[in-house]
Design a protein around this ligand. Structure first.
Ligand SMILES: NC(=O)c1ccc[n+]([C@@H]2O[C@H](COP(=O)([O-])OP(=O)(O)OC[C@H]3O[C@@H](n4cnc5c(N)ncnc54)[C@H](O)[C@@H]3O)[C@@H](O)[C@H]2O)c1
Length: 281
C-alpha cells in the first residue's frame, strides 16, 4: 500500500476491534472505503461496532475470536478468505496484567498475557501470511507498545510480550526480504492511549481467571494511560505510517528520546532510568 487512497475496496481484518485502538482503526479504515472483518472476544461490543460501521455504509463481517486460540484464528482466516483476499491484517488485540511486583505473577497470568499479546500475533501471522505470500501482496500490522522502546516496571509480563512482538516482527520481515516477497510487516509502538486497557481483566477467560485487579491497581493503570490520545487519533497515525511504508510506527514522538536513551545505555552497559514509571501507590 503506498497511499491511504488505495484503501478503497481493500479487505482489512482487525483483531481486538471492538474497543480503543482497534475500534479507531476500524473507523478510519471504513472512512477510507475499506471492507472490514472485525474480530474480538466481546460479542456485544462487536455488534455495536458493526452497527456503527454499517450506519456509515461500511461493509463489515464480525467474527467472535479469541486470538490466543489457534483454531479460532484459523477460522477467522477462513471466513475472511471466503470474502476475498486479505490486503491488511491488524494483529491488535492486547491485554495487560494489573501493575504488581513480577514475582507475584502466576503461571496463569503469564499464559494469559503472552497468550493474547504474543501468541495472538503469532497465530494471526501463521494463519494469514501464507496466502499473502502466495499473492505476493499484503501488509500485517502488529500492535506492540512504547514499553518495547523503554521498559516499564511493575508490568513485567506486558513489557516482555511487547518486546517479543518487536523481535518477532523484525524476524518475519527479514524472512520476507530473504524470500524476495513484497508482503510487508509493520510494527506499531503506541504511547499512552485513553482506552479500556486498564480494565483488561474483563476479558480474562474463565479457565485462567486469576486474581481480579484491586480498585487501587485499576486506578494506577487508568492514571497511567488516561491522559493519552484517543484510539482514533492513534489509528490515524498508525495508518499514515502504513501508507508511508514505515516498518516502525511510533505514535508519540517523545518516545524516540526514550529509545535513544536506551541505546545510549546499551553502548555504556548501563540501564537508562525509566522515563514514565507506573506509580505503585
Ligand atoms: N492503551 C494504551 O495506552 C496502549 C499503549 C500501547 C499499546 N497498547 C496496545 O494497543 C492494543 C489495543 O489495546 P487498547 O488500548 O485499545 O485496549 P482496549 O482494552 O480498549 O481494547 C482491546 C480489545 O482487545 C480485545 N481482546 C482482549 N482479549 C482478546 C482476545 N483474547 N482475543 C481477541 N480480542 C481480545 C478486547 O475485548 C478489546 O476490544 C493492545 O495490543 C495494547 O497492548 C495500548
Amino acid at each position: 500500500m503506498s497511499s491511504i487512497e488505495e484503501l478503497k475496496g481493500q479487505l482489512a481484518v482487525v483483531t481486538g476491534a471492538a474497543s480503543g485502538l482497534g475500534r479507531g482503526l476500524c473507523s478510519k479504515l471504513g472512512e477510507q472505503g475499506a471492507r472490514l472483518v472485525v474480530a474480538d472476544v466481546e460479542q456485544k461490543a462487536l455488534d455495536s461496532l458493526a452497527a456503527d460501521l454499517r450506519s456509515k455504509g461500511v461493509e463489515v463481517t464480525t467474527v467472535l475470536t479469541d486470538v490466543s486460540k489457534r483454531d479460532e484464528v484459523d477460522r477467522l482466516a477462513a471466513i475472511a478468505a471466503d470474502i476475498g483476499p486479505v490486503d491488511l491484517l491488524f494483529n491488535n488485540a492486547g491485554v495487560s496484567e494489573a501493575p504488581q511486583p513480577s514475582s507475584g505473577l502466576t503461571e496463569d497470568d503469564w499464559a494469559w498475557v503472552l497468550g493474547v499479546n504474543l501468541m495472538g500475533i503469532v497465530h494471526g501471522t501463521s494463519a494469514f501470511l501464507p496466502a499473502m505470500i502466495e499473492r505476493n501482496q499484503g501488509t500485517i500490522v502488529n500492535t506492540a507498545s512504547n514499553s518495547a522502546l523503554g521498559s516499564v516496571g511493575f508490568v513485567a509480563a506486558y513489557t516482555a510480550s511487547k518486546h517479543a512482538i518487536v523481535g518477532f516482527s523484525e524476524s518475519v520481515q527479514y524472512e520476507l526480504w530473504q524470500r524476495e516477497s513484497a508482503v510487508k510487516i509493520v510494527v506499531s509502538l503506541p504511547g499512552a492511549m485513553s482506552t479500556r486497557m486498564a480494565d483488561s481483566a474483563r476479558n480474562r477467560p474463565a479457565e485462567a481467571e486469576g486474581r481480579k485487579p484491586s480498585e487501587a491497581e485499576l486506578a494506577i493503570m487508568t492514571a497511567h494511560i488516561s491522559h493519552g490520545i484517543s484510539g482514533e487519533q492513534a489509528a490515524e497515525i498508525v495508518l499514515a505510517g502504513v501508507s508511508r511504508g514505515d516498518f516502525y510506527v511510533v505514535t508519540h514522538p517523545e518516545d524516540l528520546d526514550t529509545a535513544t536513551r536506551r541505546y545510549e545505555g546499551l553502548m555504556t552497559g548501563r540501564l537508562a532510568p525509566p522515563v514514565a514509571p507506573i506509580a505503585t501507590e
